[in-house]
Design a protein around this ligand. Structure first.
Ligand SMILES: Cc1cc2nc3c(=O)[nH]c(=O)nc-3n(C[C@H](O)[C@H](O)[C@H](O)COP(=O)(O)O)c2cc1C
Length: 181
Protein backbone atom coordinates (compact mmCIF):
# COMPACT_ATOMS: atom_id res chain seq x y z
CA UNK A 1 0.00 0.00 0.00
CA UNK A 2 1.26 3.50 -0.84
CA UNK A 3 1.26 6.10 1.87
CA UNK A 4 0.93 9.05 -0.47
CA UNK A 5 -0.44 8.94 -4.01
CA UNK A 6 0.24 11.85 -6.34
CA UNK A 7 -2.15 12.03 -9.29
CA UNK A 8 -1.23 14.17 -12.29
CA UNK A 9 -3.90 15.36 -14.71
CA UNK A 10 -1.54 16.84 -17.29
CA UNK A 11 -1.42 15.34 -20.77
CA UNK A 12 1.84 17.20 -21.55
CA UNK A 13 5.00 15.16 -22.06
CA UNK A 14 7.17 17.99 -20.74
CA UNK A 15 4.82 19.08 -17.99
CA UNK A 16 5.19 22.01 -15.60
CA UNK A 17 2.59 20.68 -13.18
CA UNK A 18 4.39 17.30 -13.15
CA UNK A 19 7.61 19.10 -12.17
CA UNK A 20 5.86 20.72 -9.20
CA UNK A 21 4.22 17.41 -8.23
CA UNK A 22 7.61 15.62 -8.38
CA UNK A 23 9.06 18.40 -6.22
CA UNK A 24 6.29 17.81 -3.63
CA UNK A 25 6.82 14.04 -3.88
CA UNK A 26 10.55 14.36 -3.18
CA UNK A 27 9.84 16.61 -0.19
CA UNK A 28 7.49 13.97 1.22
CA UNK A 29 10.02 11.20 0.60
CA UNK A 30 12.60 13.28 2.49
CA UNK A 31 10.13 13.33 5.40
CA UNK A 32 9.98 9.52 5.32
CA UNK A 33 6.79 8.92 3.33
CA UNK A 34 6.44 6.35 0.58
CA UNK A 35 5.21 8.16 -2.53
CA UNK A 36 3.62 6.74 -5.68
CA UNK A 37 3.08 8.86 -8.78
CA UNK A 38 0.09 8.18 -11.03
CA UNK A 39 -0.56 10.07 -14.25
CA UNK A 40 -3.42 10.21 -16.67
CA UNK A 41 -0.69 9.44 -19.22
CA UNK A 42 -0.54 5.94 -17.65
CA UNK A 43 -4.14 5.32 -18.76
CA UNK A 44 -4.68 4.02 -22.31
CA UNK A 45 -6.63 6.43 -24.50
CA UNK A 46 -9.38 3.92 -25.27
CA UNK A 47 -10.03 3.44 -21.55
CA UNK A 48 -10.61 7.17 -21.13
CA UNK A 49 -12.36 7.81 -24.43
CA UNK A 50 -14.65 4.78 -24.31
CA UNK A 51 -15.35 5.02 -20.59
CA UNK A 52 -14.05 1.55 -19.70
CA UNK A 53 -15.02 1.45 -16.02
CA UNK A 54 -13.97 -2.22 -15.70
CA UNK A 55 -10.43 -1.70 -17.03
CA UNK A 56 -7.69 -3.18 -14.79
CA UNK A 57 -5.79 0.13 -15.02
CA UNK A 58 -8.76 1.97 -13.54
CA UNK A 59 -9.17 -0.64 -10.77
CA UNK A 60 -5.46 -0.38 -9.93
CA UNK A 61 -5.59 3.43 -9.72
CA UNK A 62 -8.76 3.26 -7.61
CA UNK A 63 -7.10 0.75 -5.25
CA UNK A 64 -4.02 2.96 -4.89
CA UNK A 65 -6.15 5.99 -4.08
CA UNK A 66 -8.35 4.06 -1.64
CA UNK A 67 -5.28 2.70 0.16
CA UNK A 68 -3.50 6.04 0.43
CA UNK A 69 -3.08 7.97 3.66
CA UNK A 70 -3.10 11.17 1.65
CA UNK A 71 -3.42 12.22 -1.97
CA UNK A 72 -2.08 15.14 -4.00
CA UNK A 73 -4.02 15.92 -7.18
CA UNK A 74 -2.46 18.25 -9.71
CA UNK A 75 -3.71 19.70 -12.96
CA UNK A 76 -2.81 22.51 -15.31
CA UNK A 77 -5.56 25.05 -15.93
CA UNK A 78 -7.10 24.40 -19.33
CA UNK A 79 -9.78 26.88 -20.42
CA UNK A 80 -10.25 28.11 -16.85
CA UNK A 81 -10.73 24.59 -15.39
CA UNK A 82 -8.94 21.28 -14.76
CA UNK A 83 -8.01 19.24 -17.83
CA UNK A 84 -10.61 17.21 -19.65
CA UNK A 85 -8.47 14.08 -19.42
CA UNK A 86 -8.29 14.34 -15.62
CA UNK A 87 -12.07 14.53 -15.56
CA UNK A 88 -12.28 11.58 -17.97
CA UNK A 89 -10.28 9.47 -15.48
CA UNK A 90 -12.15 10.72 -12.43
CA UNK A 91 -15.45 9.87 -14.15
CA UNK A 92 -14.32 6.22 -14.10
CA UNK A 93 -13.42 6.10 -10.38
CA UNK A 94 -15.78 5.07 -7.55
CA UNK A 95 -17.63 8.12 -6.23
CA UNK A 96 -16.22 7.77 -2.69
CA UNK A 97 -12.67 6.91 -3.76
CA UNK A 98 -11.15 9.68 -1.58
CA UNK A 99 -13.39 9.17 1.46
CA UNK A 100 -11.73 10.34 4.72
CA UNK A 101 -8.55 11.16 2.81
CA UNK A 102 -6.66 14.44 3.12
CA UNK A 103 -6.23 15.85 -0.38
CA UNK A 104 -3.78 18.55 -1.46
CA UNK A 105 -5.06 20.23 -4.67
CA UNK A 106 -2.47 21.81 -6.95
CA UNK A 107 -2.92 23.75 -10.18
CA UNK A 108 -0.52 25.44 -12.55
CA UNK A 109 -1.59 28.09 -15.02
CA UNK A 110 -0.26 30.64 -17.44
CA UNK A 111 -2.20 33.52 -15.91
CA UNK A 112 -2.87 34.58 -12.31
CA UNK A 113 -6.29 35.68 -13.63
CA UNK A 114 -7.27 32.00 -13.44
CA UNK A 115 -5.99 31.26 -9.94
CA UNK A 116 -9.57 30.77 -8.71
CA UNK A 117 -9.93 27.75 -10.99
CA UNK A 118 -8.64 25.74 -8.04
CA UNK A 119 -11.58 26.97 -5.90
CA UNK A 120 -14.33 26.75 -8.50
CA UNK A 121 -13.32 23.66 -10.45
CA UNK A 122 -10.71 21.33 -8.89
CA UNK A 123 -11.77 21.50 -5.24
CA UNK A 124 -15.49 20.89 -5.94
CA UNK A 125 -14.54 17.94 -8.17
CA UNK A 126 -12.39 16.40 -5.41
CA UNK A 127 -15.14 17.04 -2.88
CA UNK A 128 -17.52 14.88 -4.95
CA UNK A 129 -15.06 12.02 -4.33
CA UNK A 130 -15.38 12.82 -0.60
CA UNK A 131 -11.80 14.02 -0.26
CA UNK A 132 -10.90 16.33 2.62
CA UNK A 133 -9.53 19.27 0.68
CA UNK A 134 -6.70 21.40 1.92
CA UNK A 135 -6.52 25.00 0.71
CA UNK A 136 -4.17 23.93 -2.07
CA UNK A 137 -1.76 25.97 -4.16
CA UNK A 138 -1.98 27.65 -7.58
CA UNK A 139 1.39 28.19 -9.29
CA UNK A 140 1.84 30.46 -12.30
CA UNK A 141 4.15 29.35 -15.10
CA UNK A 142 6.64 32.17 -14.55
CA UNK A 143 7.36 30.72 -11.09
CA UNK A 144 8.44 27.38 -12.58
CA UNK A 145 11.84 26.74 -14.14
CA UNK A 146 11.30 23.89 -16.59
CA UNK A 147 15.05 23.33 -16.93
CA UNK A 148 15.56 22.62 -13.22
CA UNK A 149 14.02 19.26 -12.40
CA UNK A 150 15.39 19.19 -8.84
CA UNK A 151 14.25 22.65 -7.73
CA UNK A 152 11.77 23.96 -10.31
CA UNK A 153 10.18 26.61 -8.03
CA UNK A 154 11.97 29.89 -8.64
CA UNK A 155 9.69 32.28 -6.73
CA UNK A 156 10.29 32.58 -2.99
CA UNK A 157 6.65 33.25 -2.03
CA UNK A 158 5.41 30.33 -4.10
CA UNK A 159 8.08 28.10 -2.60
CA UNK A 160 6.94 29.17 0.87
CA UNK A 161 3.26 28.56 0.06
CA UNK A 162 4.06 25.06 -1.23
CA UNK A 163 6.23 24.25 1.78
CA UNK A 164 3.66 25.55 4.28
CA UNK A 165 0.82 23.68 2.61
CA UNK A 166 2.92 20.51 2.56
CA UNK A 167 3.68 20.90 6.28
CA UNK A 168 -0.05 21.25 6.98
CA UNK A 169 -0.75 18.19 4.80
CA UNK A 170 1.78 16.14 6.80
CA UNK A 171 0.31 17.40 10.09
CA UNK A 172 -3.15 16.33 8.94
CA UNK A 173 -1.88 12.89 7.90
CA UNK A 174 -0.23 12.34 11.24
CA UNK A 175 -3.29 13.58 13.14
CA UNK A 176 -5.93 11.64 11.21
CA UNK A 177 -4.34 8.31 10.52
CA UNK A 178 -2.10 7.77 13.54
CA UNK A 179 -2.61 4.27 14.91
CA UNK A 180 -4.77 3.95 18.05
CA UNK A 181 -2.73 2.63 20.98
C1 LIG B 1 -5.13 23.78 -24.08
C2 LIG B 1 -4.58 24.72 -23.05
C3 LIG B 1 -5.43 25.58 -22.39
C4 LIG B 1 -4.95 26.47 -21.43
N1 LIG B 1 -5.83 27.30 -20.79
C5 LIG B 1 -5.36 28.12 -19.80
C6 LIG B 1 -6.26 28.95 -19.09
O1 LIG B 1 -7.46 29.00 -19.35
N2 LIG B 1 -5.77 29.74 -18.10
C7 LIG B 1 -4.42 29.73 -17.76
O2 LIG B 1 -4.03 30.45 -16.84
N3 LIG B 1 -3.55 28.94 -18.43
C8 LIG B 1 -3.98 28.13 -19.43
N4 LIG B 1 -3.10 27.32 -20.11
C9 LIG B 1 -1.69 27.29 -19.69
C10 LIG B 1 -1.39 26.11 -18.78
O3 LIG B 1 -2.33 25.99 -17.73
C11 LIG B 1 -0.02 26.25 -18.14
O4 LIG B 1 0.97 26.45 -19.10
C12 LIG B 1 0.28 25.02 -17.30
O5 LIG B 1 1.35 25.28 -16.40
C13 LIG B 1 0.65 23.81 -18.18
O6 LIG B 1 0.90 22.71 -17.34
P1 LIG B 1 1.49 21.37 -17.92
O7 LIG B 1 2.83 21.71 -18.52
O8 LIG B 1 1.59 20.48 -16.75
O9 LIG B 1 0.53 20.87 -18.95
C14 LIG B 1 -3.56 26.47 -21.10
C15 LIG B 1 -2.70 25.60 -21.79
C16 LIG B 1 -3.19 24.74 -22.76
C17 LIG B 1 -2.24 23.80 -23.47
Amino acid sequence: MSEIVILSGSPSVNSRSDLVLRFLGRSLQNKGFKVTHVSIKDVPQDVLFEGKFDSPVVSQIAAKLQGARGVIVGSPVYKAAYTGVLKALIDLLPQDVLEDTPVFPLMTGGSPAHMLAIEYTLKPLLATLKGQNLKGVFVTDNHIDKTNTEQPIINIETHERLTKQLAYFVELLNRQKSPIV
